[in-house]
Design a protein around this ligand. Structure first.
Ligand code: HEC
Length: 111
């Protein structure tokens, strides 16, 4: 149910809905095994995005972790293009309870 609500909210309101939807599909392939479909972690030690853990990180720092990995999380820079990682991030940030689609900063030159 929550997934549906998120889905429709993105579809209607997000300026970059297409990126978010592509990001969701990549997230399901590469990230959801540990982080869960909606950020509710499956593997112990993974931050609970659905409860807002890490919500105050910057997208720049998140991108660094996606590129380089951290702890048991593998680095993705060799498997995914910058565009793919940007799309994944666009989806990921919608999972924080504090986020809103208009809070996306896809044009951030620091990403
Ligand atoms: C093998 C399990 C695993 C996979 C697969 C995985 N992660 Fe992670 N992720 C983790 C863990 C564990 C941490 C916490 C790392 C730490 O504490 O050093 C983490 C942390 C993060 C963070 C930092 C969160 C914060 O609070 O700042 C981001 C961003 C992230 N992951 C994104 C992703 C993305 C995007 C993918 C897929 C491309 C992915 N992860 C795949 C386990 C995983």
């Amino acid at each position: 149910m929550r997934g549906l609500v998120v889905f429709f909210a993105l579809f209607v309101a997000a300026p970059a809905a297409a990126d978010v939807l592509i990001g969701r599909s990549l997230w399901m392939t590469h990230c959801s095994g540990c982080h869960g479909e909606l950020g509710d972690p499956i593997v112990p030690g993974t931050p609970d995005i659905s409860r807002g853990v890490g919500a105050d990180s910057s997208n720049r720092d998140r991108m660094k972790i996606i590129r380089n990995g951290s702890g048991i999380m593998p680095p993705y820079s060799e498997y995914l293009s910058d565009d793919d990682m940007g799309e994944i991030l666009a989806y990921m940030v919608t999972l924080y309870p504090q986020s809103s689609p208009s809070g996306l900063h896809l044009a951030d030159p620091n990403l």
